[in-house]
Design a binder for this molecule. Structure first.
Ligand code: CMC
Length: 437
């Protein structure tokens, strides 16, 4: 195949350059040679919010945002959601292949035996205020695990890394359930090894005085499917944070806590909680047109709509709609679904949304199912963080094994003052002291 090359003519001085193209990208460092003279630093790219910059090579997740395609390790998300358990998918995302039967048994056994929290971590959780937001509790507690497992700092040993991965995936539902019980003032429930990953999570959330919790199999399967849909999503905001913090060789508990903090924002994983608030605020179908008018006037965003990558229906939203029907057969239909469906119908016919290719994303329907299952909106983003831990850790492993990666350190375009002399206090007028460059 002929070598793909980009020819560049610098009109400032007539110099020409040839820059190789690989995988549809040029290397930003290849632009550094483009200079107007020996004192010129060389050309850089300016890309706020990484709109058009690939920060890594990755073999984990593939998204075609125009066609609405999502695959983990090559497998379509729809097939994985239908046929796999969450832990099977977590194994796939983390290690590259679907597990064989003995591999899966060993993996499930290992995760099951890492679900307990150290009692001091439990006491740590008890220190939060009764109304602390579960995401704040989760982020802090995951970070606190770094103090319990100092061996995790040895990030260069693959076996040590695997142990931390199992600890994190095993303990995430336990922390999540404890944050929930804490906010309700209920005693914490210890994990039960007889259950599957999702059933055990439900047990820790909802067991009351009965000697053995019985998880509804339809709801447990729906939860597992939701976990599968949220396992990874390539270089999103929180994965980028995981890689960025991980690139400083921070331990995986601290890196995961940082990623979870990024997830908590309303533009990212926090959107699912915001969708429910929005549907409550709208209240009834007849209020939708007035609400949409305000969105179009730029007063606020339609939460659960739009995506940086998807310019088509988010394939996860389609699977969620299907799972919702199964859940509602057990729980009864969440009345908010009717408002959501009507909101989607009106938005998808409206020129504002059509022109900008704004479609419902994963967060638009997930909250409605979670609410029907009995979750409070404050816990929705925590439900996102549990499965995404597998994706974050897969991204982290890939980063550490990638010889091309170094500490993440973007450049900037400096727009502040040139060098100037210090001004003593008595000579600083009020405007000079308050002006910010
Ligand atoms: N409602 C109304 N207008 C919107 C929306 C929305 N939800 N999303 C984007 N737009 C408009 C935006 O105002 C802009 O219009 P204009 O060209 O006139 O300035 C245009 O569409 C392009 O949007 P953008 O802000 O450049 O897009 P982005 O890629 O920077 O943002 C997003 C992506 C997901 C942050 C954004 O669509 C958004 O804020 N959506 C609502 C929050 C949400 O649902 N987040 C969950 C994302 S999916 C799960 C996850 O990642 O956790």
């Amino acid at each position: 195949m002929e070598k793909e090359v980009l020819s560049i003519v610098d009109k400032r001085n007539g110099s020409t350059y040839e820059v190789p193209i690989h995988h549809g990208t040029i290397r930003a460092m290849d632009l550094r040679q483009i200079k107007t003279g020996p004192d010129d630093f060389g050309l850089m790219t300016y890309d706020p919010a990484f709109m058009n910059t690939a920060s890594c090579k990755s073999a984990i997740t593939f998204i075609d945002g125009d066609k609405g395609i999502l695959r983990y390790r090559g497998y379509p998300i729809e097939q994985l959601a239908e046929k796999c358990s969450f832990l099977e998918v977590a194994y796939l995302v983390l290690f590259g292949e679907l597990p064989s039967d003995p591999q899966l048994k060993e993996w499930v056994g290992a995760i099951t035996h890492h679900t307990m929290l150290h009692e001091t971590t439990k006491h740590f959780l008890e220190g939060f205020r009764y109304d602390a937001h579960p995401m704040g509790m989760l982020v802090s507690t995951v970070a606190a695990l770094s103090t319990v497992y100092p061996d995790a700092r040895n990030i260069h040993d693959p076996q040590v890394r695997k142990l931390q991965i199992m600890r994190l995936i095993g303990k995430m539902p336990t922390i999540a359930a404890y944050t929930y019980r804490h906010s309700l003032g209920l005693p914490y429930v210890y994990p039960d090894n007889d259950f599957s990953y999702s059933e055990n999570f439900m047990n820790m959330l909802w067991k009351m005085t009965e000697p053995k919790y019985a998880a509804n199999p339809v709801l447990a399967r729906a939860l597992d499917i939701l976990f599968i849909l949220h396992a990874d999503h390539e270089q999103n905001c929180s994965a980028n944070v995981m890689r960025s913090v991980g690139s400083s060789h921070a331990d995986p508990f601290l890196s995961t806590a940082a990623a979870a903090a990024a997830l908590s924002g309303p533009l990212h994983g926090g959107a699912n909680e915001e969708v429910l608030k929005m549907l409550d605020q709208i209240g009834s179908k007849d209020k939708i047109p007035a609400y949409i008018a305000k969105v179009k006037a730029g007063e606020f965003k339609l939460m659960g709509f739009g995506h940086r990558i998807y310019k088509n229906y988010d394939p996860r939203a389609s699977v969620i709609k299907w799972a919702a029907d199964k859940v509602f057969e057990v729980t009864g239909r969440n009345p908010k679904l009717d408002i959501a469906l009507e909101l989607e119908r009106i938005a998808l016919e409206d020129d504002y949304f059509v022109k900008r290719k704004l479609y419902p994303n994963v967060d638009f329907y997930s909250g409605i199912i979670y609410q029907a299952m009995g979750f409070k909106p404050e816990i929705f983003t925590v439900l996102f963080a549990i499965p995404r831990t597998a994706g974050w850790l897969a991204q982290w492993q890939e980063l550490l094994e990638d010889g091309e990666q170094k500490i993440a350190r973007p450049r900037q375009v400096y727009t502040g003052y040139e060098a100037r002399d210090f001004v003593p206090m008595e000579k600083r007028g009020v405007p000079a002291a308050t002006a910010t460059p």
